[in-house]
Design a binder for this molecule. Sequence first.
Ligand SMILES: *[C@@H]1O[C@H](CO)[C@@H](O)[C@H](O)[C@H]1NC(C)=O
Ligand SMILES: *[C@@H]1O[C@H](CO)[C@@H](O)[C@H](O)[C@H]1NC(C)=O
Ligand SMILES: *[C@@H]1O[C@H](CO)[C@@H](O)[C@H](O)[C@H]1NC(C)=O
Ligand SMILES: *[C@@H]1O[C@H](CO)[C@@H](O)[C@H](O)[C@H]1NC(C)=O
Length: 512
Amino acid sequence: MKLLVLLSLFGLGLAQHDPNIKHNRTSIVHLFEWRWADIAAECERFLGPNGFGGVQISPPNEHIVLDSPWRPWWQRYQPIGYNLCSRSGNESELRDMITRCNNVGVNIYADAVINHMCRTGSGEGNHSSCGSWFSAPKKDFPSVPFTQSDFNDDKCTTASVKIENYSDANQVRDCRLVGLFDLALEKEYVRDKVADYMNKLIDMGVAGFRVDACKHMWPGDLSAVYGRLHSLNTDWFPVGSRPFIVQEVIDLGVEPITSSEYLQLGRVTEFKYGAKLGAIFRKWNGEKLVYSKNWGEGWGFMPNGNALVFVDNHDNQRGHGAGGAAIATFWDSRIYKMAVGYMLAHPYGVTRVMSSFRWNRHVVDRKDQNDWQGPPSHDDGSTKSVPINADHTCGDGWVCEHRWRQITNMVIFRNVVNGQPHSNWWDNQGNQVAFGRGNRGFIVFNNDDWELDVTLNTGMPGGTYCDVISGQKEGSGCTAKQIHVDGDGRAHFKISNSDEDPFVAIHADSML
Ligand SMILES: *[C@@H]1O[C@H](CO)[C@@H](O)[C@H](O)[C@H]1NC(C)=O
Ligand SMILES: *[C@@H]1O[C@H](CO)[C@@H](O)[C@H](O)[C@H]1NC(C)=O
Ligand SMILES: *[C@@H]1O[C@H](CO)[C@@H](O)[C@H](O)[C@H]1NC(C)=O
Ligand SMILES: *[C@@H]1O[C@H](CO)[C@@H](O)[C@H](O)[C@H]1NC(C)=O
């Protein structure tokens, strides 16, 4: 009896850490700024068939529309209210997308911006994505409604009412983040309005949330909001399933506010992961692949069951947020594919793959004046849809990293090896390493400036396997390098440092 009670309490506590992914799938893709209609189609034609577990969508709620600079991507991080019309589409398109994705086993996670509303100086009028009137000078948002007393300015002690000192936790939680009006989440009324918004999405069928700017909210206030959330829609999820929660907390180990304050509430974004992995593959700061032998908690990352991991996100791929120039992105595609491959092969964390749009850069500096650019758009500022080319890549400025063969195939690899231990590690004490996942998969990297030529114990059953990086198994054939594993599990690998992608991966389902 006691055990049962304990188990059920434990289950409840852990529930918000569980992404509720179906069919033993393992990865989420962030379709940054995509329109709902395009996401619905992508779930059906690509994500479902290729084993993606879920999509993180851009904020679905009503946001400010800014003409200066012209429709920046960050306008969606300035809410005007909780109506469900945004740059990605209206409420019926959102509902259609959630339904169609759920019907092919792909979860939807909404980006919830609940720390703040729009920025000071936004003026007043109907320039929001649903056309609702609001007044920034009066802190009046009638579509919710929120008024002056629903904001934290009275609690903030800085002269500017903005965060001035990140070493002062009170400022970070109670003052305006870059001038954004900070909601008073300690008020029952504000908590109710936020929870109503999130519950509307849960009832429509989302599987959880990426919660924006959690460092800027008190854990106790977040706990009160999460406690009000409904269980998931039983059309698609087992009775009593709790919404998955991923909290954005940027913790690189240098501020008083830490990820650990949020771990009991849900998963947390592990920002150290991409910063370190980028440095390793770039070979910066003396980093080498061999040092990743104890990747994960051994590197001071949060406990495995709490982490959401990613190589880059929509902020730090353009120099915002955290990690600086070490972050690997699609702009450095060779390094990027290796880093994403490493992440997807390694058992640590719930993995999120980034899918981006291009912006205009000046030469080499990623932190340039175009870091604000919004998604590919028509002249009237509306977002372009995502055209799919004959070779399955995307057009019109949409990068679609998730459709790159090497990345898609590693998403499948992760599903095939799910639950298997990290095993059969090998390294050359430099930047050539290999590891397996039990007897289900094996991966070998050559990030040194010379050839890799070695025979390794893979732990795999004997047979011929098709490499899923240089090509893939198609029918009974193989468009890639073939790897012959002996009866004792040993196989010979040869990877030139000048190969297009200097890594090789095989798994149980790529056996010929
Ligand atoms: C999921 O994995 C478990 C354990 O490996 C297996 O028993 C089950 O059949 C799998 N379910 C699906 C839907 O593949
Ligand atoms: C939502 O958008 C679709 C597609 O543009 C349109 O057909 C539909 O009328 C819109 N619905 C509402 C309620 O505005
Ligand atoms: C703009 O806001 C005003 C005041 O609430 C309202 O009367 C008007 O209908 C709104 N305009 C549009 C286009 O929604
Ligand atoms: C920032 O806040 C910390 C913690 O309250 C304090 O020790 C430090 O002196 C502050 N720095 C400045 C420049 O005010």
